[in-house]
Write a protein that binds this ligand. Structure first.
Ligand SMILES: Nc1ncnc2c1ncn2[C@@H]1O[C@H](COP(=O)(O)OP(=O)(O)OP(=O)(O)O)[C@@H](O)[C@H]1O
Length: 425
């Protein structure tokens, strides 16, 4: 809960528009009450000013706290991070409720006390049931905004489910009894009920394997990741992560497009937020926040000089590097990477190849969605290809005599040669 409140506070602090609204929400009502004794207002005018002050507080502060925080979390992958740290989602829901209600309830109580103390015409009005109800109006508005956020904006959040469960052993090759890391069984999924994106997918990923997931744009690769991590629910069949291999979601890292980083926070603040989420009684400081620039992973990806930059001010490649480092620092055992080499420079790409080879040698299970066939050739043991809603190819990298044969298989023999673009000579 402390981590979520820390993140909400940092996000508000860095969002100048929201911060300005929050300051207006506090200053305006104070001024409205302060002018009552200065102008010697009568009881009726003072009561109107008081109501105006309270409504201003609610209208400005309630959406800024209750709606903005949850909407940002859904957009930037914070929900993924919260799930990945293995904490139950209800802790997130409660933390956001505290963030939505406590500051506004405190501000209302202080404003009412201030009005009672300095505006004598208001004293009787404040002590009536109607006066007390008025004082609670901003809190009720914040609660309504919070419910709206959770039910409408946060629907995706409520739909998530845990896919970590006991999965029986299977023989992946005759005579080889290997632990299954991920099993997808006869899975069908569509964003609309009668329009499947993936149909009857069966997939068994043994623990310790590096699997490449290939396929044309829009074929459903990212969707498959969403189903495996429980962010999307299959319409038919199942997808499970084996709890005998991965004990909780904190051992699972998924690199999403946003890198699961809050764009308004700096890399350092994002790492501190994650560190707070991953903290346990036994290990209260999973990473050394004070000496981040000395961590080998931070040094390897040359992030030291960028630690105090806001994520939204980073280039796409740096964002990707920061996202990878933010996940890897917590030593995940199951790594799901969505186009890791997208937007990175050749040096970082080579760094990623070396890192993935070391992690595979170290027994980690890695699933990589990629269009970078040379990267795939270097780091994966096996590839699957999705096409036209189905899993159409499943083979070991060793099955190909050379990279050209691999590339031809990976593109399903659909290279376009001598295409007419209609460009006039
Ligand atoms: N939230 C969503 N709502 C509705 N349709 C969606 C949603 N997300 C993805 N889709 C659709 O589902 C299909 C599969 O999308 P997905 O992102 O899984 O493809 P992909 O294989 O990862 O593509 P790419 O290689 O371009 O990243 C696409 O047709 C896409 O338009």
């Amino acid at each position: 809960m402390q981590a979520i409140l820390y993140k909400d506070f940092q996000q508000l602090r860095h969002n100048s528009a929201m911060l300005a609204i929050a300051i207006i929400a506090i200053v305006m009502p104070i001024l409205c009450i302060a002018v009552i004794p200065i102008f010697g207002m009568d009881r009726n005018t003072a009561a109107t000013m008081y109501q105006f002050a309270i409504i201003t507080l609610g209208v400005c502060l309630a959406p800024a706290l209750a709606i903005d925080a949850i909407r940002s979390d859904l957009a930037n992958g914070t929900i993924l991070t919260v799930r990945a740290c293995g904490r139950p989602l209800h802790q997130y829901v409660i933390a956001q409720l505290v963030w939505a209600l406590i500051p506004i309830a405190t501000a209302s109580a202080m404003l009412t006390t201030f009005a009672y103390a300095i505006a004598s015409p208001l004293r009787l009005a404040i002590l009536t049931p109607q006066g007390i109800a008025t004082a609670f109006t901003p809190t009720l508005m914040a609660f309504a905004c919070y419910l709206w956020s959770i039910c409408v904006k946060g629907k995706a959040l409520l739909m998530t489910s845990t896919t970590i469960t006991e999965t029986p052993h299977t023989e992946t090759q005759p005579g080889v009894n290997q632990l299954t890391a991920i099993r997808v069984t006869d899975m069908t999924f569509g964003y609309k009920s009668h329009k499947p994106v993936l149909e009857h997918i069966n997939l068994n990923v043994p623990a310790g394997q590096s699997l490449g997931i290939l396929g044309y744009n829009g074929v459903g690769k990212t969707t498959l990741f969403g189903i495996i991590t429980g962010l999307l629910r299959p319409q038919q069949g199942s997808a499970t992560i084996n709890s005998s291999v991965f004990h909780s979601m904190r051992e699972v890292f998924q690199l999403s497009d946003s890198g699961n980083l809050s764009p308004t926070m700096t890399i350092r603040e994002n790492l501190k937020f994650r560190s707070m989420l991953y903290a346990t009684h036994a290990n209260p400081h999973p990473i050394d926040i004070q000496h981040l620039d000395e961590l080998p992973m931070v040094q390897a990806f040359e992030l030291g000089e960028h630690l105090d930059k806001k994520v939204k001010d980073l280039s796409s490649g740096l964002k990707k590097r920061a996202g990878i480092v933010a996940g890897m620092l917590f030593e995940p055992k199951l790594i799901l990477l969505d186009e890791p080499t997208n937007a990175v420079d050749p040096i970082t790409r080579q760094l990623l190849i070396d890192l993935m080879k070391q992690l595979t040698a170290n027994g980690r299970t890695i699933l990589t969605i990629t269009h970078d066939l040379e990267y795939c050739w270097e780091v994966t043991d096996r590839i699957i290809i999705l096409d036209n809603k189905h899993l159409v190819k499943d083979c070991n990298i060793n099955d190909f005599p050379n990279i050209d044969a691999f590339k031809q298989a990976a593109t399903l023999g659909r290279e376009h040669i001598n295409v007419n673009f209609g460009i006039s000579k």
